[in-house]
Design a protein around this ligand. Structure first.
Ligand code: S3P
Length: 441
C-alpha cells in the first residue's frame, strides 16, 4: 500500500484536460461488444475499472484492438459479437460496480449460455439484488450469494419486457434493465423517480435502438420523474464512439481551485451532460464563480471548458433530486463545506453507503481525522464549516474517490494530509498525482 503526503501548496494555475469519462467508457466498451462489426472508440479511459470492462468483453468473445487507450487522440477498436453472440465465461469485474450492474442486463437474455461475475473484496460487498429483481421479473435466471451479493451467476433465458419503477434513482439499474430490454419481447419501460445519468440512453439511441423518454404522468408522479422505454433490437450499430473528459475526475480540481487561495484553473473539454453537473450547481450556490464555456458536443454529449477561481464559500443544503446529479461528488461537497461559513446538510444520500466504500462513514471519518466538525446521519452528513482544515492522516479504504479527496484536502489544509492507500486512485484516474502537481507548478 502506498502512503503519500500532500502538503499545503498552491495556488493552482494553468489548464488541464482531465481523463476520459469512466461511466461513458464502460458503456462504450459494452455497447461496442453488443454491436455488429468494428466500433472505433476515441479517447477510451485507461484506468483499472475500464480495463476490467475490456477484459470482460474479451472474455465473452469480443476482440479489442488498440495500443494506447486513454492517450489523447488514441483509438480502440472493438470487434463486436452482436446482441446474442456472447460466449460463456467467468468474468472478473475487478472493482467496477458499473460493469457488475450493466453487463448482466446484456447477458441475461441470451438463451443456452451461462456466466459468472465476480470481483475484488469491495465488489463482494456491493448489492446485486437491485438488478436481480427487475431481471427476474423479465424472466431471467440469476443466482447470487445470499441472494444479494457477488458472485453472480447468470443463465441466459427468454425475456419479456416489463414496466419497472426504480426503488432508488440508480443509473446502473436503469441501464441494466434497458440493455435487457433490447433482447426482450415487447417494450421495456423504466420509471425513474428523479433523473439520473442518461449516457446509456444516448448511446443506445445513437446505435439505432428505439429509446424514448417521457415525463411520468398520473397521480403521485414527482416533478422530474420520467419513463425511459426501449424496444427489442435486431442489431446495434454504434458507429464511432467519442468519450469526453470526466466531470467526476475534473471535480477534484474544481474543488481544489476553489479552496486554495489565488487559484485560477481551466479544465478543458469536460463532459457537462446536465445529469452529471450537480456539483457545479451546488458550488455556485455556495458562492463559487464557475465559468462554463460551451465547446459543442462530443459523441452526443455536451462538453465545455470550466474556469475556476478561488472563492469564499457559504454553507448549503443538498438533497432530493440534486443527489443523483452529484452522487459521486458528494464527498467533495462535504470537503468544501468544511471551508464554508455555516452548517451544510447533505440528505437523501443513503446510496453513498453502497459505493466503493460506505462513503458516509469513510468521508466523515476522514474529515474528522483532519480536524473537521462533521456528523454522519443515516442518509448523509452535517458539516459545521470552520473556514479551514487542520490536516492529519487518513486511509483511502481502497476507495479511489476518498484517496483523491485526501490529496485535495492536503493542499488546502494548514498542516498537510497523509493518505494511506493512495494507489486506489488508479481505479478511475492513474495520472491524478502528476496532473495535480502540474497545476500546483
Ligand atoms: C454510475 C452510476 C452511479 C455512480 C457510479 C457510476 C454509472 O451509480 O455512483 O459511480 O456509470 O451508471 P448508481 O447508478 O448505482 O447510483
Amino acid at each position: 500500500m502506498s502512503t503519500r503526503r500532500f502538503d499545503p501548496a498552491g495556488p493552482l494555475r494553468g489548464s488541464l484536460r482531465p481523463p476520459a469519462d469512466k461511466s461513458i467508457s464502460h458503456r462504450a466498451a459494452l455497447i461496442a461488444a453488443m454491436g455488429e462489426g468494428v466500433t472505433p472508440i476515441r479517447g477510451y479511459l485507461d484506468a483499472a475499472d475500464t480495463r476490467s470492462t475490456l477484459g470482460a468483453v474479451e472474455a465473452v468473445g469480443a476482440r479489442v484492438e488498440g495500443a494506447a487507450p486513454g492517450a489523447i487522440g488514441s483509438e480502440l477498436r472493438i470487434h463486436g459479437v452482436g446482441l446474442r453472440g456472447a460466449g460463456p465465461a467467468t468474468i472478473d469485474v475487478g472493482n467496477a460496480g458499473t460493469l457488475l450492474r450493466l453487463m448482466p442486463g446484456w447477458l441475461a437474455g441470451q438463451e443456452g449460455e451461462s456466466w459468472t461475475l465476480d470481483g475484488d473484496d469491495s465488489i463482494r460487498r456491493r448489492p446485486v439484488d437491485r438488478i436481480a429483481a427487475p431481471l427476474r421479473e423479465m424472466g431471467a435466471d440469476l443466482r447470487a450469494r445470499e441472494d444479494r451479493l457477488p458472485p453472480l451467476e447468470i443463465r441466459g433465458a427468454s425475456l419479456h419486457g416489463i414496466a419497472y419503477e426504480l426503488p432508488v434513482a440508480s443509473a446502473q439499474v436503469k441501464s441494466c434493465v434497458l440493455l435487457a430490454g433490447l433482447l426482450a419481447a415487447g417494450e421495456t419501460r423504466v420509471l425513474e423517480p428523479v433523473p439520473s445519468r442518461d449516457h446509456t440512453e444516448r448511446m443506445l439511441a445513437a446505435a439505432g435502438a428505439e429509446v424514448g423518454r417521457e415525463a411520468a404522468a398520473g397521480l403521485g408522479a414527482r416533478a422530474g420523474a420520467g419513463v425511459v422505454s426501449v424496444g427489442p433490437a435486431a442489431r446495434l450499430e454504434p458507429g464511432e464512439i467519442v468519450v469526453p473528459a470526466d466531470i467526476s475526475s475534473a471535480a477534484f480540481f474544481v474543488v481544489a481551485a476553489l479552496l486554495v487561495e489565488g487559484s485560477d484553473v481551466v479544465l478543458e473539454r469536460v463532459g457537462v451532460n446536465p445529469t452529471r453537473t450537480g456539483l457545479l450547481t451546488i458550488l455556485e450556490r455556495m458562492g463559487a464563480a464557475i465559468e462554463v464555456e460551451p465547446r459543442g458536443e462530443r459523441g452526443g454529449e455536451p462538453i465545455a471548458d470550466l474556469r475556476l477561481r478561488s472563492a469564499a464559500l457559504r454553507a448549503t443544503e443538498v438533497g432530493g433530486a440534486e443527489v443523483p446529479l452529484a452522487i459521486d461528488e458528494l464527498p467533495l461537497v462535504a470537503l468544501a463545506a468544511c471551508f464554508a461559513e455555516g452548517e451544510t446538510t447533505i440528505r437523501d444520500a443513503a446510496e453513498l453507503r453502497r459505493k466503493e466504500s460506505d462513503r458516509i462513514e469513510t468521508v466523515t471519518a476522514a474529515l474528522r481525522a483532519l480536524g473537521a466538525e462533521v456528523e454522519p446521519t443515516p442518509d448523509g452528513m452535517v458539516v459545521a464549516g470552520t473556514g479551514g482544515l487542520r490536516g492529519g492522516a487518513i486511509s483511502s479504504h481502497g476507495d479511489h474517490r476518498i484517496a483523491m479527496l485526501g490529496a485535495v484536502a492536503g493542499l488546502a489544509s494548514a498542516e498537510g494530509v497523509e493518505v494511506e492507500g493512495m494507489e486506489a486512485a488508479a481505479v478511475s484516474y492513474p495520472g491524478f498525482e502528476a496532473d495535480l502537481a502540474s497545476l500546483v507548478g
